[in-house]
Design a protein around this ligand. Structure first.
Ligand code: SF4
Length: 356
């Protein structure tokens, strides 16, 4: 297990090794999928999976009438679906967001230990103190936060809608307290010109992309377009042809004329990109280079905690249900709703704009 210490005496984030699941033969995979589909039907449940989960799992979500999406779309799909149980395959804040938007439904997850370095690095008590120290700032938090942190915010944003909301607040003369991802915050500030104060969080996966190694691979593939998620450091963002949310990057692969793409985000996204554009060549942006640790090697270890095996187990045991204090739910839904209302009134298609 690796660890990262954040500044300002924030808690040490323990980054687990990427889980090694026993490999399954084709017949075992088919049998397991059949078992899960039956359990889903019996329990009036639907599977919602994030783009960063593994390919078998994303395929199962699609085959079984569920969805593969970004975190907000996962929550919105779950809220709109008739199913009474949502099986959320992703990381914990995604299960919490689904529960916040669907408090009457049962939300279960394959592994409640699947968290996120952004969420872990922004404990609600310390964050609340930070907000108290800056009462003249509007609190804007990224979706990758706990229900408690969302409940302390004025706005929740996804990576797709962060820019228009920052511009809107800046035009009103509001100063923004931004949390938790400083790289995304830095990007939003640079483009919007908003006055922003940052919480010092980061994504351990995107932070590993290496700029010199990326320059080198660009030289090897001069016609490739470079796609970068804005959770990446500035020196990676600076080399991008397209900077955008998961949904925006998937769209870029199918719409751009380039044949090759160098992709700086979690490799799980390749499943959907390849499905949308089977003739395109996808190259992982390098995580090796000077100072490389390759804690994740562009594969989120927490996303890797989701597998066919533990989906079947959780459906059979009924364990790993997400519970949120109703008072927190009531407060946390407001800044999410504010974002959804903003998207509607400003004609911003959240599905297209996407999220981390
Ligand atoms: S890829 Fe990064 S932001 Fe996404 S869940 Fe993993 S640690 Fe969090």
């Amino acid at each position: 297990m690796s660890s990262q210490r954040s500044p300002l005496n924030l808690p040490t984030i323990n980054v687990p090794p990427h889980p090694e699941w026993p490999s399954l033969s084709d017949s075992e995979t088919t049998a397991l999928k059949t078992r899960i589909k039956k359990l889903l039907e019996q329990q009036n449940a639907v599977l919602v999976a994030h783009y960063y989960t593994n390919a078998d799992l994303q395929a199962l979500a699609e085959e079984s009438g569920g969805c593969v999406a970004d975190s907000l779309e996962m929550a919105r799909f779950g809220a709109a679906h008739d199913a009474q149980t949502l099986v959320v395959c992703g990381v914990r804040f995604m299960g919490e967001t689904a529960k916040i938007l669907s408090p009457e439904k049962r939300v279960i997850m394959p592994d409640l230990g699947a968290t996120c370095s952004l969420d872990e690095g922004c404990p609600a008590d310390k964050f609340s103190d930070f907000c108290d120290q800056h009462p003249d700032h509007t609190v804007v938090v990224y979706a990758n936060t706990s229900a408690d942190v969302k409940a302390r915010s004025d706005w929740v944003v996804t990576s797709g809608i962060a820019l228009p909301i920052a511009r809107y607040l800046a035009e009103k003369g509001e100063k923004i307290l931004w949390a938790p991802d400083r790289h995304l915050g830095n990007y939003v500030q640079g483009v919007s010109g908003a006055e922003m104060l940052f919480w010092p969080g980061s994504c351990v996966v995107h932070e590993e992309f290496k700029s010199v190694a990326l320059e080198r691979i660009k030289r090897l593939h001069p016609d490739a377009a470079v796609l970068v998620h804005p959770e990446s450091p500035q020196n990676i963002v600076d080399q991008a042809d397209v900077i955008g949310s998961t949904t925006a990057l998937i769209k870029a692969v199918s719409e751009m004329k380039n044949k090759e793409f160098i992709v700086a985000t979690d490799g799980g996204i390749f499943y959907k990109m390849q499905q949308m554009a089977p003739d395109k060549v996808l190259i992982e942006a390098p995580t090796a280079g000077e100072g490389a640790t390759c804690i994740s090697c562009a594969h989120c270890p927490w996303m890797g905690m989701n597998a066919l095996q533990n989906i079947a187990e959780v459906l059979e045991s009924g364990a790993n249900e997400i519970h949120i204090d109703p008072a927190i739910q009531e407060r946390a839904v407001k800044p999410i709703q504010r974002m959804l209302d903003f998207a509607r009134t400003h004609d911003i298609g959240m599905k297209e704009k996407g999220n981390a």
